[in-house]
Design a protein. Structure first.
Lengths: 450, 306
């Protein structure tokens, strides 16, 4: 039987199919920035889950004043998808030259893809380089005696940030105990103003709040439990679980907290002026700057005047407890990929951001992290704080407290991290009592330790 | 046929064979697709099966062989069984609702009503909107202070307001509702095409015999689109097994695994927890379930045709 389609047409159809397949395949393989050297400028890629691009632009502007021959292409990846994107990229030959990793579980998973930065730090700061940096950052990114990521700054949680303008407007005083907190929330609610907003769906921040609660009851007990030196069903930790669960019934936690995320949902709600309090750490210092706060408020749909945001100590959860201190460790560290084709340039950038006074001054002034290099403080006069008289003392207090921190924030074991998150959301949902959840968590911790 | 004709025919046949011997065989045209399917797809399945026998984080150079330990763990994992339960429930509810709504809309818009084209577009638009784009919208709608509760309060149904996404009991129904919203358009389009194949004289004859709208729908339209319904059942079943985007983006598979599906659990185990071996075992189990489901539905379809 003769073919119904003429031969010429069949050839055209076949050629078109092959061409389409080629286009489809090339589309699947594209996407990586072309980092190359041209005209004396070396381009490197930097992948991170933060900070915001506006912050990164300031880092890079300062960097390029000293190193105009290195162009850094920044790629912001959302925290939720960061692991999924980074792991295959690092395993392939088309990953970033520099990538950010936070201490704890993520560092443990990705540090093998990095290079030892110790020689570069010795060149930059001398043989006693580690004594010139915040020890908590050096410890966080050292593996087998090698510095596998550059600690750029510290990341500390344990505070609550308040909208001072709302407190002033409704005649409220920042609470120092949970009982006061319940009363403050009742007062705000009576004026149809949100009190405290938490994105309890994101268990990282639930853990921050639980650690803060536990620290007001028995400082250090939480860290001991994480290390396996105390039991999760210790009576005082069960008390902490109880206090956590109570926030979902006593009016502190907003309705539907388990259904929203800390970022972007809770952050947006606070910046939109809908809530008076949010649990954030040192990374929220940036919201004392008029320019950064205005940008954040605009993104959250708030076109009003910048409000005064200040940190307060976490209220004592039980009678006789003490207001909470800070805990944390290094913020994201910059690792240089072992597969980078521009290792020298990448190392220069990572080292500069962590050790150069100019770089660390940018870190301090941006107020996303506390600086890693000792002796650097924000240049408050140039920062344009919304209310310097009110906010500067608070920021100085926060930085001073951060320098004394010994308790870490991030868990190293991702399974334990998930188990703790499950315990907290289970209690929050009322699906288990604090004692039950604590006992289950302890069993899990024991099984993970083998 | 004369000898001249036979000779001519024979000459044509010889010419045809010699020409055919110069033409590339048919399989060469399917070779690219064969390479993709056999080379990539089945290789990937095999490799996943191999990884499922390892305790591996996906990057370390020395994965530890553990035999079938991952599968033993899987069968004792309450989260796996919960995810499977959610998948089955998701399939049953979404298939029922999508079938009902899709067929109803197709039947309603089958007649020559005004602005039929616009209605068809409105029904189909949700299908083409990316879930990632809609997820923040749905999180806002179903938030405790979201649009749905606002509407309920303002129409005198304030007693129904709820933290839809924060409650384990309502989070899964919300996920199913979003899925139905996003997929009913597909059912609608396929049923519209199927209804167009029905001979209108059959319907006319039924009406002349006194059959009402419901009777025509139940006894004529529904049986006539049986093939489409079974095809949609297979597609919905496979889609249910692959469900990931809506529960991941809207509820993050929570609260407390209330909206955990096999897809989200595989992702959680493989990526943030770096239990790549266990994630692979879950993937193998998903494949087995998918094959069994497809076989069952296909057998049902063949019996229906017989």
């Amino acid at each position: 039987m003769r073919n119904a389609i003429p031969r010429r047409a069949r050839v055209v159809i076949a050629a078109g199919t092959v061409a389409l397949a080629g286009v489809a395949l090339s589309a699947c393989t594209g996407g990586q920035p072309d980092t190359s050297a041209s005209g004396g400028t070396t381009e490197i890629s930097w992948w991170a889950y933060g900070p915001d691009v506006s912050v990164v632009d300031q880092y890079l502007a300062a960097f390029n004043e000293e190193h105009p021959d290195i162009k850094v292409n920044f790629k912001l990846i959302s925290q939720d998808t960061y692991d999924a994107v980074l792991r295959p990229a690092l395993a392939s030959n088309s990953g970033p030259d520099v990538f950010t990793e936070d201490p704890g579980a993520r560092f443990e998973q990705f540090q093998s893809y990095g290079t030892d930065l110790t020689p570069a730090f010795e060149d930059a700061l001398g043989s006693d380089w580690s004594s010139q940096l915040a020890q908590i950052g050096v410890d966080a990114f050292t593996k087998d005696g090698k510095l596998m990521a550059a600690p750029v700054g510290g990341d500390f949680a344990g505070t609550i940030w308040i909208n001072q303008d709302l407190f002033t407007e409704y005649g409220q005083t920042p609470p120092t105990t949970f009982d006061e907190w319940v009363d403050v929330c009742a007062a705000f609610r009576s004026h149809d103003v949100g009190c405290f907003v938490q994105g309890a769906q994101q268990t990282d921040f639930d853990q921050d709040m639980f650690q803060a609660i536990a620290d007001t009851i028995e400082p250090g007990l939480y860290s001991e439990a994480v290390a396996g030196d105390a039991a999760w069903d210790d009576p005082q930790l069960v008390q902490a679980f109880q206090a956590w669960g109570d926030t979902f019934t006593n009016g502190i936690m907003q309705d539907g907290a388990l259904g929203i995320t800390q970022f972007p949902d809770a952050n947006n709600e606070f910046l939109a002026g809908k809530y008076a309090m949010v649990m954030m750490g040192t990374w929220y210092m940036q919201n004392t700057r008029t320019d950064i706060l205005t940008a954040g408020m605009t993104a959250a749909g708030n076109t009003g005047a910048p409000f005064v945001a200040v940190p307060i100590q976490f209220p004592a959860a039980v009678e006789g407890g003490t207001p909470g201190g800070l805990f944390g460790n290094s913020g994201g560290g910059l690792a240089v990929s072992a597969k980078s084709a521009h290792k020298e340039a990448a190392t220069t950038f990572a080292t500069w951001l962590a050790t150069a006074p100019a770089g660390q001054q940018v870190v301090a002034d941006l107020m996303v992290n506390t600086p890693s290099l000792k002796g650097i403080t924000p240049d408050f006069a140039a920062l344009g704080l919304v209310a310097p008289d009110v906010q500067q003392p608070k920021i100085e207090w926060m930085i001073d407290e951060a320098s004394k921190v010994t308790e870490t924030r991030k868990l190293v074991d991702p399974d334990l991290e998930q188990a703790l998150g499950t315990a907290l959301t289970t209690i929050a949902a009322g699906d288990a009592s604090p004692a039950q959840a604590a006992a289950t968590l302890q069993q899990t911790a024991e099984s993970l330790r083998g | 046929m004369t000898s001249v004709h036979r000779g001519t025919a024979a000459a044509h046949a010889r010419a045809g064979r010699s020409v055919r011997s110069l033409r590339p065989q048919g399989y060469l045209w399917v070779l690219p697709a064969l390479i993709v399917s056999a080379g990539i797809l089945y290789y990937s399945i095999g490799y996943t099966g191999y990884i499922s026998t390892l305790d591996w984080d996906g990057s370390s150079p020395a994965p530890e062989p553990v035999g079938f330990d991952n599968f033993v763990t899987l069968f004792g994992d309450p989260v796996f069984w919960a995810a499977l339960q959610h998948t089955v429930l998701f399939f049953v509810v979404t298939f029922a609702l999508q079938t009902f709504l899709g067929l109803l809309l197709a039947a309603l818009l089958h007649s020559n009503i005004r602005w039929r084209g616009l209605y068809r577009v409105l029904v189909f638009v949700p299908v083409v909107i990316a879930p990632a784009f809609m997820a923040p919208v749905f999180r806002q709608i179903f938030a405790a202070d979201g649009a749905l509760n606002w509407v309920l309060e303002h129409i005198g149904l304030g007693f129904l307001t709820h933290s839809w996404l924060a409650d384990s009991a309502t989070a899964l129904p919300v996920v199913m509702l979003i899925a139905v919203w996003g997929s009913t358009g597909v059912n609608f389009i396929l049923y519209s095409a199927a209804l167009g194949q029905i001979d209108p004289q059959i319907v006319e004859a039924a009406r002349m015999d006194g059959a009402g709208g419901v009777r025509v729908f139940w006894s004529i339209l529904l049986p006539s689109v049986r093939g489409t319904t079974l095809a949609l059942a297979i597609l919905t079943a496979i889609g249910s097994l692959k469900t990931f985007d809506i529960p991941y983006l809207v509820t993050n598979a929570g609260p407390n695994h209330a909206t955990e599906f096999l897809g989200t659990y595989i992702y959680t185990q493989s990526i943030p927890l770096a239990h790549v071996g266990y994630g692979a075992a879950l993937s193998v189990m998903l494949l087995v379930i998918a094959v069994i489901m497809a076989l069952v539905l296909n057998l049902r379809r063949e019996r229906g045709e017989a």
